[in-house]
Design a protein around this ligand. Structure first.
Ligand code: ZN
Length: 147
């Protein structure tokens, strides 16, 4: 059977993490590692605070959307443009432009697919008879022509 951390949460729920070797507790709940865990929490808190500040300063909302990726590229391009002119600055700008082009393409495709899906949804809702009805009436006329 899989070993589980012996710690119980406030509601009595067990902690589902695997315990450390030679301990009945996981790293988070091991009394021997309390200091390290506290320090890690403090650093995590600082990092989150810094992250929130940076997100606010750059109006950057992450890489999960095309708009978010565009924003990141914009920031990178503006920062790079602000640097002293050099071969490596030009190379960086050319590279960012390539990535931006690809991002634009993906964004464009995303919009087109959404538009197509919208049209298909509309057609599906308008259709009152099933496609099989169309098929059978076609067969009937076909048979009539033969006869
Ligand atoms: Zn635990």
């Amino acid at each position: 059977m899989r070993r589980q951390c012996a710690y119980r949460q406030q509601g009595g729920e067990p902690c589902r993490a695997a315990p450390l070797r030679d301990s009945q507790f996981c790293l988070m709940h091991s009394p021997e590692h309390a200091k390290e865990v506290q320090e890690a929490r403090r650093l995590g808190g600082l990092r989150r605070k810094r992250e929130a500040t940076v997100i606010g300063a750059y109006e950057f909302e992450g890489l999960s959307t095309v708009d978010g990726i565009r924003r990141l590229l914009e920031v990178a391009v503006l920062d790079t443009l602000g640097m002293e002119n050099s071969i490596s600055r030009s190379r960086t700008l050319a590279y960012l432009a390539q990535v931006a082009l690809r991002t634009l393409e993906v964004g464009d495709l995303e919009e087109r697919i959404a538009a197509l899906e919208e049209i298909l949804r509309g057609q599906r809702n308008q259709r009152t008879s099933s496609p099989f009805d169309v098929e059978s009436s076609f067969l009937e006329t076909g048979q009539k022509e033969k006869a």
